[in-house]
Design a protein around this ligand. Sequence first.
Ligand code: PEP
Ligand code: MN
Length: 360
Amino acid sequence: MFVVMARTATEAEILGVKSHILAEGMTPFDHAASERVVIAVVGDVGPRKQVLMSRLSALAGVEDVTPITRPFKLTSREFRPEDTVIRVLDAVIGDGTLTMMAGPCSVETRDQLFETADAVAAAGATILRGGAFKPRTSPYSFQGLGVEALRYLAEARDRTGLPVITEVMEPNQVDIVAEYADILQIGTRNMQNYSLLTAVGRVARPVMLKRGYGATVEEWLMAAEYVVSSGNPNVILCERGIRTFETYTRNTMDLAAVPLLHHLTHLPVIVDPSHATGKRWLVKPLAIGGIAVGADGVMVEVHPRPEEALSDAEQQLTLDQFRDLMTVLVPVHEHVRSLHADPVVSGAALGIGGGGPEKH
Ligand code: PEP
Ligand code: MN
């Protein structure tokens, strides 16, 4: 549930409500809406819900107490109708601009990273990606350069000005990765690693949470709820394909998830057509598809010589292919945004801003 404070509520009344919530064994979360204070009440309320709602309604300064019907609370649009906008260095994610995350699957050498970083930055990427700790299906495959790669990523940031994103696989890696990287990525295999989610929830770095390849949208949002309820509101969701019976593609890219998420949550949504398709030539059409259905951005893997890549060789774009992708995506994104100005096509139809049909 959330407590809407009256416009006239004093600081003391707000504190009074928060201490009451704490005394009931629940946690208060502030949402500083533009006009008034809204406090989410999070915890295992169980059968006490009605009693707690009427007790809170009776407190001084409280205007309204409303239940949050979704199991995910802090991440729901019900609690926070306006979009979450994340700022990291000069990049802004979720404000309607096109976020382009690009870089190699794995950081292999300093030169390979710098060559890629320079090229993607010049072509208009807004965030540099590169794997340092790699979650590989086989223990015999290249596992990443680890801390050495983190150092190269930090150097590449200094060189290009782009914030860097890289994956963190274990709670005990969170501090070192957060020391070097600007955004922490949680990979598909770890989406339900709750101790990792809680650990990244405690650091002052945005987190990109990739969808578990077997996860429903609700399980994904509950995973995001772990991060946000641990204290980190800056979560980006990344649709990277789910496993289905189809074998021509590495995964099946769930494009419907994009407008659905915009309807259910205020968090920004990115698509990753590289891991979703596993095929270089399918990356461009699916990137366009993701932007067309309202994604806030795209993550793609780019390598100067993909055929020599130590991981995901089949799906990485060449530098030329990335430049070509940008020349197509920028106007597609502009066109999609312009549709928002058209009341017939905007909002609900694109699923942006929380419109759209209800209930499932
Ligand atoms: C990656 O982005 O490098 C990666 C391993 O992705 P995923 O977790 O989606 O497979
Ligand atoms: Mn990869």
